[in-house]
Structures are given as structure tokens and as C-alpha cells.
Ligand binder design. Structure first.
Ligand code: MN
Length: 140
């Protein structure tokens, strides 16, 4: 391969990287999640409020959204509902990140439109598997 061919191939691979939007208001959690995603070779987009998350979902059309449920203002439940009620964003899978783990809470997340959830504190060994599973599911 010539140098331009290699550069072209590299940019093709770069473009194929899944882009994941993280909506999280806690800086430490955000840092952990972004680090874990980048370690897996994903490209991470960051939003710190529900409102910003909606804007970025529209502008960037990520492959997957990881949504903190406890956000100030527009919370993760409402943000997910809005994403699912909007034809432009409804096909993007949303996975909740949450400290809620009670039975009724899971139901509430599914009703809002979440495809699944990752419990807090985040299990770093399960995290990559969960993300890969929901990315794959969204492909169909
Ligand atoms: Mn939070």
C-alpha cells in the first residue's frame, strides 16, 4: 500500500468507530465512562445536562447513548422519553446508567424507552460487554 492508501484506510477505520454519547453530570463518573469507552476504541461524546444531551443527540446522531438518570433539570427519564418521541432520534438505543436498582425503577426506565441499564457503581469488567451488546442490537 502507498502512503495515501494507508492514510485513506486509516480514516475509513476511524469513521467506522462507534460514537457513543454520554450524558452525565458527575465529573468523576463522566471521566470513568469516557476512559472505559476510549479504551475499547469507541469515540465518546460528552453532555452534562439532559438538554445538552438532546441537542447533541440531534446534531451528532450517535450510535448509542449512555444516560445518567439523575440529572438536574431535565432528568434522564424525561430526556429519554423525548428522544423516543422524536423520529430523528428514536432509533438510537439509550442505556440508563443509574444508582436505582429496585424492581420498580427498572420498569420505569424501560417505560421511558431505555433499552437496558448499567447499575452504579459501574462494574468495569461488565461495562464493555454491556455496551457492545446494545451497540449490536441497535445495528439491525
Ligand atoms: Mn447524576
Amino acid at each position: 500500500m502507498t502512503k495515501p492508501e494507508i492514510a485513506n484506510r486509516k480514516s475509513q477505520i476511524e469513521n467506522r468507530k462507534s460514537r457513543i454519547l454520554v450524558v452525565e453530570d458527575n465529573p468523576l463518573n463522566m471521566e470513568l465512562v469516557v476512559d472505559l469507552l476510549e479504551l475499547e476504541g469507541y469515540s465518546a461524546l460528552q453532555a452534562t445536562t439532559g438538554e445538552e444531551g438532546l441537542e447533541m443527540a440531534h446534531a451528532e446522531k450517535p450510535d448509542l447513548i449512555l444516560m445518567d438518570m439523575q440529572l438536574p433539570g431535565l432528568d434522564g427519564f424525561d430526556a429519554t422519553r423525548r428522544l423516543k418521541n422524536d423520529p430523528a432520534t428514536r432509533d438510537i438505543p439509550v442505556v440508563a446508567i443509574t444508582a436505582y436498582a429496585m424492581r420498580g425503577d427498572a420498569e420505569k426506565m424501560y417505560q421511558a424507552g431505555c433499552a437496558g441499564y448499567i447499575p452504579k457503581p459501574i462494574d468495569i469488567h461488565q461495562f464493555a460487554q454491556t455496551v457492545a451488546r446494545f451497540l449490536k442490537r441497535g445495528e439491525g
